[in-house]
Structure formats: C-alpha cells, structure tokens
Design a protein around this ligand. Structure first.
Ligand SMILES: *Cc1c(COP(=O)(O)O)cnc(C)c1O
Length: 394
C-alpha cells in the first residue's frame, strides 16, 4: 500500500523534535551537529531568537492578506533587497522553483515586448538544478528529472558546465537568456570561476542575451558575499533566490533590473501566498542580519578556517576523500569511498551532511555556526572517515 506521505523521497531514519543553533535533537535526546541546515536554508541556525521574535510578533498581528493589498513587510524586504543588490525590483514567491518559473516568464516577456518574440530559447548547463516545476525540470533536462513527465516545456538546452566555447557557438538569434548557478549546488558544489562568469556576462551583452542567475542555494551570504556573483564583479539581469532568504520560513524571490522586468505589468504574474506578511517579516530580519559587512566578513573568516581544516581531513584520509571544493560555507567533499557510506558514517558520528551529484557530500552549515561547532564538526568528520577506512579494509 502506498504510504500516506507520497514516497518521492528516500528519507534517512531520523526525526527531530527540536533545533538549537547548529544542533538538531531527536525525541530520545540524541543531538546531531547539523552541517546541512535543511539544504542551505537555516542560515541563522535553528530557533534563532531574532527570527523567532520576528515570526511571533507578526503571527500575533496578521498572517495573511493576499497581494490584493499593500503588505508593509513585503515592501520592507523588497527595499532591503534592492538597496543591497543590483536589482531595481523584486517579486516574492514561496520557493526556488517558483522563482525559476517567473525568471523564465520574465525573460520571454522581455523579448516579446521588445519586438523580438523569437528569442524564447534558454541555455542552461549540465549538472544544473533549478527546481521541480515544469520550467525547472526542462532547464535541467536530465532523464532523471524529465523522464515520464513529457511533454517537456520547450525552448531549453544544456551545455557542458563552464564550456565557454560551446556557449559562444550555441547562442543564436532565438536565444533569449542564459541560466546558471554561479556555484552549482545539487550538481556537486561546482563553482564557476570568476573569469568565466565575467566572460559570460560580456557574451550576453555582446549577443543581446539576458543573464539569469540562480542563486537559490549560493545566495544570501552563503559564499561570504550577499550574492555569489558579487565575487566576479558582474551583475545579472534577473536572479532567482529562495532557500536561505526565509531562514527556514518558505520564501523565494525574483530580483531584476528595471529593464529586464519591464514586461511584467499588472496582471502578468501573481501568487496568492508569495510575499505574505509572515514570510516577509522573517525575511526582512534575515536580510537585516546577513546583509551586514561584519556578518559577511565573519562568514568568510569561518569559511577560511573550515576550508583549511577540511584540506587537512582530506589529506589524512586519501582513501575516503578525493578533494574539497566550493566557496565560502558552500563546501563539497568529493568522496573516493562510496558516497553513501561516508554519509552514513557521518550520521553514525552524529553529524549531518547532504549528498550531491558527482560523489560529493555537501557541508552547508548555518552561516553563524560557532568556531567551537566548526571544531566539533571536524572531530566528528574525522571519526566518520576513520570508520569508513576501517570498513574499506574489511
Ligand atoms: C533548491 C534549489 C532550487 C529549487 O528550490 P525549491 O525551493 O526546492 O523549489 C532551485 N535552484 C537551486 C540552485 C536550488 O538549489
């Protein structure tokens, strides 16, 4: 008989009743160090007092009114995002995949309104993940995601990740946008070099193509900048955000320049829940804390320390790990030993990591993880690696 929860996930047999900072607690009292943060979501850890306050204050005032009315919390968050990014305007969604839907619609509408309705094609990359909506799976284009779900939304193609030569030849008169994650997440923590992102921006300008960045996973402080593309000194035309922006409350956004958003006039898009008072009250508090130079500097400092320790871990366990890669607190440990064995050994050492493609386990800790918890993480990962080694010898 089918389980009452649709079984689309292979869930680990773990269940948590409480979260405290970078720790999750099971009913029996088992405490696990959470280096996954709900897939890069809980940027300020679990039960952050400032976020709890923002949420409960709003819960006691008004939960939901719909976008038929002005929502001051939404206005506040939009202003914070505009003040702290390339964007002139923001639309709020409830998830990354909804942000993908709007990003695609916005790009197509842009060229339609500019009198070039043929520019509907969107070029994406191998290893990409843009969500599970019709546009999201079409953009990724893998059999795993689209198999059986046809007809697939048209107009998407995929190139080898970071292949600039292939990109240059793939752009045609009908190309409307290039869509990419500055650091691929699900694809195995694969950062695009800054020089390549710069080159792609220049290519977009030269060939009259919009640049859509998917910063759903790498955005909101994760790399040590508020948004990952800032490292390359470029700006996109349209950007998808979600995951970290709500700190655990479901929230997403599409940020855009005035020009890129110019086709999206009243009636062209909408969402019942998107940008509701609860979500935006929390989101505004997240932004107030994360979009701060001192906070972001601290993310980079911790990331540097963690990275150095992980290089040591990899060197100590060459049979288990191949390398460490990533940017900031978006880190991948590429495994030589079977990836799921490493993940399980980490669970056994009471530490939570997240699998990704390319035999990578991801470390996506809360951005405010303490130095003490970083040291604890290393001790536990070392313990896990030793257990994997012992098994390899059996
Ligand atoms: C998680 C993710 C998405 C999809 O977000 P959902 O909130 O799960 O819909 C899209 N793009 C990237 C890069 C992601 O990591």
């Amino acid at each position: 008989m089918i389980p009452s929860v649709l079984p689309t996930y292979n869930r680990a047999p773990l269940s948590f009743v409480k979260g405290e900072g970078s720790w999750l607690v099971e009913a029996g009292g088992r405490r696990m160090l959470d280096l996954g943060a709900g897939i890069a979501v809980n940027v300020l850890g679990h039960a952050n007092p400032d976020l709890v306050q923002a949420l409960t204050d709003q819960a006691n005032a008004v939960w939901h009114v719909s976008n038929l009315y002005n929502i001051p919390q939404q206005q506040k968050l939009a202003d914070l995002l505009v003040d702290n990014s390339f964007a002139d305007t923001v639309f709020f969604t409830n998830s990354g995949t909804e942000s993908c839907e709007l990003a695609v619609k916005m790009a197509r509408k842009y060229w339609f309104e500019k009198g070039q309705p043929e520019k509907t094609d969107i070029i994406a990359f191998d290893g990409a993940f843009h969500g599970r909506s019709a546009a999201g799976i079409a953009a990724a284009g893998t059999e795993k995601m689209i198999g059986g779900f046809g007809p697939v939304l048209g107009g998407f193609s995929q190139l080898p990740w970071g292949d600039l030569e292939a990109l240059e030849t793939a752009i045609t008169e009908t190309t409307g946008a290039i869509l990419l994650e500055p650091v691929q997440g699900e694809g195995g923590i694969r950062p695009l070099p800054d020089a390549d992102l710069k080159a792609i921006r220049a290519l977009c300008d030269a060939k009259n193509v919009l640049l859509i960045l998917d910063e759903v996973q790498c955005g909101v402080g994760r790399t040590g900048k508020l948004f990952a593309h800032e490292w390359a000194g470029i700006t996109p035309d349209i950007m998808m955000v979600a995951k970290g922006i709500g700190g655990g409350f479901p929230l997403g956004a599409v940020l855009a320049t005035q020009d890129a958003a110019s086709g999206m006039v009243a009636g062209t898009h909408g969402s019942t829940y998107g940008g509701n008072p609860l979500a935006c009250a929390v989101g505004a508090k997240v932004m107030e804390i994360v979009a701060d130079e001192a906070f972001l500097g601290d993310v980079s400092r911790k990331a540097g320390a963690l990275r150095q320790k992980l290089e040591g871990l990899v060197a100590d366990h060459p049979e288990v790990f191949e390398c460490v890669r990533g940017t900031g607190l978006m880190i991948g440990l590429k495994c030589k030993a079977p990836q799921m064995d490493v993940l399980q050994a980490a669970y056994d050492a009471d530490v939570i990591t997240i699998p990704a493609a390319d035999s990578v386990i991801r470390l996506l800790p809360a951005l405010n993880i303490t130095d003490e918890d970083i040291n604890e993480a290393l001790a536990r990962l070392d313990q896990a690696a030793k257990a994997v080694e012992a098994n390899l010898q059996d």
